[in-house]
Design a protein around this ligand. Structure first.
Ligand code: SAH
Ligand code: SF4
Ligand code: F3S
Length: 459
C-alpha cells in the first residue's frame, strides 16, 4: 500500500473508498453508501491510499471471507499512520456488512483502529455516525434489523454509470439452512413495496440502464405490497417492471427451489423481457444431506422442478450453488451430487467447501469432513461443472444472440456485452454502441466467454 502514497495535495472535499466483499447485495449496498455520502461532499477515491474515509463492506458466509477483513484492517491501520505522517487528514475506518452485524464487538476488540461498525440494515445512519464520531471513536451500530427504515432513508438518486444495474427488492432470509449465517446477519425476510421499486427502476432507466437484476437472499419469496394494497408476487413485480420504457432485460437472483411459484415459471415462458437464466442453488444431490441442511426439498423434486422450468423455457440457462464436505457427507452421498449435476446440466455454478460458521446448527454436527477429502471432492465437482459450462458455451457457436453491449473490451475497437444467458460476449464495435442490444453471430467460445461477429441490423 505505502508505495502509492504521495504527500497530501491541496483539495476540497473528502474522498471515499469502498471495498466490497461477498454477494451482489453487498455490491448494491456499497453503491447506496456512496449515494448517501455524496451529498456530504464525499467523492470517490480510486485507492485506499487516496481516501480519507474507507469502508470495508464485508461478508460472513465462509470463514475465509470473514478472516480477510482482519488482515485488511491491519493494513489500513498502518496506512492511516503513514498518511498522517505525510500530512494527510486522519483516515476514518468503517466496517460495514455481514461481519459487522455478526461480530461487531469482536471487530472493535481485535482491531481498535476501527472507527465505526455498521450492519447491513443500518448504513443509512452513516451521516449521523460520522458526526458523532468526530467527537468520540469506536461506535457500533448493527443490532437492529429495520430494512424499511433503511430504504426510506436512502436518496432516490443513484449515480449509476453503466447500462446494467442491481436493485435490491427483498432482504433477509427465514429459511435457516443449517450451514448458513445469512438469517443471522441480514435478519428476517422483508420485501420492498412495488411502487418504491418501480420508482427506482424508472429513475435508472432514465439514466440509460437497460438491464436490471432484482436482488434478494430469497428473491423468489418476494411479497411486497402491490398497487392494490395486497402482496405482489415476484412474477407480478417483474410484469410491471417490464412495462417501464427503456427496460429491455430483467433478471433476478437468488432463488430457493421451494419458492419457485407457478406464475414465475410461466413468466419465463411468456415474458420476453425476463432473461432465460436462472440461478437455483441445490447445494447437494443427497436427500440425507439435504435433510441435514434443512433445505426442505429433495434431489428428485429439484430435478423435476428444473424439468418444469425447461418446459416453459427450453433454452433457459441453469446455474447453481453446491457445498461439498457437509458434516457426515459420505463418498456415496457426494457421488449423488455428481449424478444430479449430470442430470441437470448446468450453464454455470459456484461450489464451495463447507465452512463451519459459529452459531449455526451444522457447526456442531457430528463428523466434520477431513479438509483433504473435501478438497478432493471440490476438484472433482468443479471439473464436471467446468466441462458443462464449456459445453453450454460451445453450444452457442453458430447461433445469433442479442447482446447488450456494456463496455469497451481489452483491445482497441472491441466491446464486451452480455448474452441473454449471462455469458460475456466480445465483439467488434465502437464505444457509441454501448447500451445497445445488437445481434452477434457467435464464432468462438471458452470457459468464461463467447466471441462473435456483430451483424449490422439489430437495435
Ligand atoms: N440465499 C442464497 C445463498 C446465499 S449464500 C441461496 O439460498 O441460494 C451463497 C452460497 O454460499 C450458498 O448457496 C451456499 O452454496 C454457500 N454457502 C453458504 N453458507 C456456507 C457455508 N457455511 N460453507 C460453505 N458454503 C456456504
Ligand atoms: Fe442461507 Fe439457506 Fe437462506 Fe440461502 S436460503 S440465505 S442458503 S439460509
Ligand atoms: Fe456474504 Fe452477507 Fe452476502 S454473508 S453472501 S455479504 S448476505
Amino acid at each position: 500500500m505505502s508505495t502509492a502514497l504521495k504527500p497530501a495535495p491541496a483539495r476540497a472535499g473528502r474522498r471515499l473508498f469502498i471495498k466490497t466483499y461477498g454477494c451482489q447485495m453487498n455490491v448494491y449496498d456499497s453503491e447506496r453508501m456512496a449515494d448517501i455520502l455524496r451529498p456530504l461532499g464525499y467523492g470517490m477515491a480510486e485507492t485506499p491510499e487516496d481516501a480519507d474515509f474507507v469502508v470495508l463492506n464485508t461478508c460472513h458466509i465462509r470463514e475465509k471471507a470473514a478472516e480477510k477483513v482482519y488482515s485488511e484492517l491491519g493494513r489500513l491501520k498502518a496506512l492511516r499512520e503513514e498518511r498522517l505522517a505525510m500530512g494527510h487528514p486522519r483516515m476514518t475506518i468503517v466496517v460495514a456488512g455481514c461481519v459487522a452485524q455478526a461480530e461487531g464487538e469482536e471487530i472493535m476488540r481485535r482491531q481498535p483502529a476501527v472507527d465505526i461498525v455498521v450492519g447491513p440494515q443500518a448504513y443509512h445512519q452513516l451521516p449521523e455516525l460520522i458526526v458523532r464520531q468526530s467527537r468520540r471513536t469506536g461506535e457500533r451500530l448493527s443490532a437492529d434489523f429495520a430494512p424499511d427504515a433503511k430504504f426510506d432513508a436512502l436518496p432516490s438518486v443513484r449515480a449509476v454509470d453503466g447500462v446494467a444495474a442491481f436493485v435490491t427488492v427483498q432482504e433477509g432470509c427465514d429459511k435457516f439452512c443449517s450451514f448458513c449465517v445469512v438469517p443471522y446477519t441480514r435478519g428476517a425476510e422483508w420485501s420492498r413495496p412495488v411502487a418504491d421499486i418501480e420508482a427506482e427502476v424508472r429513475a435508472l432507466a432514465g439514466r440509460g440502464v437497460r438491464e436490471v437484476t432484482l436482488l434478494g437472499q430469497n428473491v423468489n419469496a418476494y411479497n411486497g405490497v402491490g398497487h392494490d394494497g395486497a402482496p405482489s408476487s415476484l412474477a407480478r413485480l417483474i410484469e410491471g417492471l417490464s412495462q417501464i420504457e427503456g427496460v429491455a432485460r430483467i433478471r433476478y437472483t437468488t432463488s430457493h427451489p421451494n419458492d419457485m411459484s407457478e406464475d414465475l415459471i410461466e413468466a419465463h415462458g411468456s415474458n420476453p423481457v425476463l432473461m432465460p437464466y436462472l440461478h437455483l442453488p441445490v447445494q447437494s444431490g443427497s436427500d440425507r444431506v439435504l435433510r441435514a441442511m434443512n433445505r426442505k426439498h429433495g434431489a428428485r423434486s429439484y430435478i423435476d422442478l428444473i424439468a418444469r422450468i425447461r418446459r416453459a423455457r427450453p433454452d433457459i440457462a441453469i446455474s447453481g450453488d453446491f457445498i461439498v464436505g457437509f458434516p457426515g457427507e459420505t463418498e456415496d452421498e457426494f457421488e449423488q451430487t455428481l449424478a444430479l449435476v449430470r442430470e441437470v446440466r448446468y450453464a454455470s455454478a459456484f461450489s464451495f467447501i463447507y465452512s463451519p460458521r459459529p452459531g449455526t446448527p451444522a457447526a456442531t454436527m457430528g463428523r466434520q469432513i477431513e479438509p483433504e477429502v473435501a478438497r478432493e471432492r471440490l476438484h472433482r465437482l468443479q471439473a464436471l461443472l467446468a466441462e458443462q459450462q464449456k459445453a453450454f458455451n460451445a453450444d452457442q457457436i453458430g447461433r445469433t444472440l442479442p447482446v447488450l453491449l456494456e463496455k469497451p473490451g481489452r483491445h482497441e475497437g472491441q466491446l464486451v456485452g452480455r448474452s441473454p444467458y449471462l455469458q460475456g460476449v466480445v465483439c467488434e464495435g465502437d464505444a457509441g454502441l454501448i447500451g445497445r442490444i445488437v445481434d452477434v453471430r457467435i464464432e468462438g467460445s471458452s470457459l468464461n466467454s463467447l466471441r462473435g461477429q456483430r451483424l449490422e441490423h439489430g437495435g
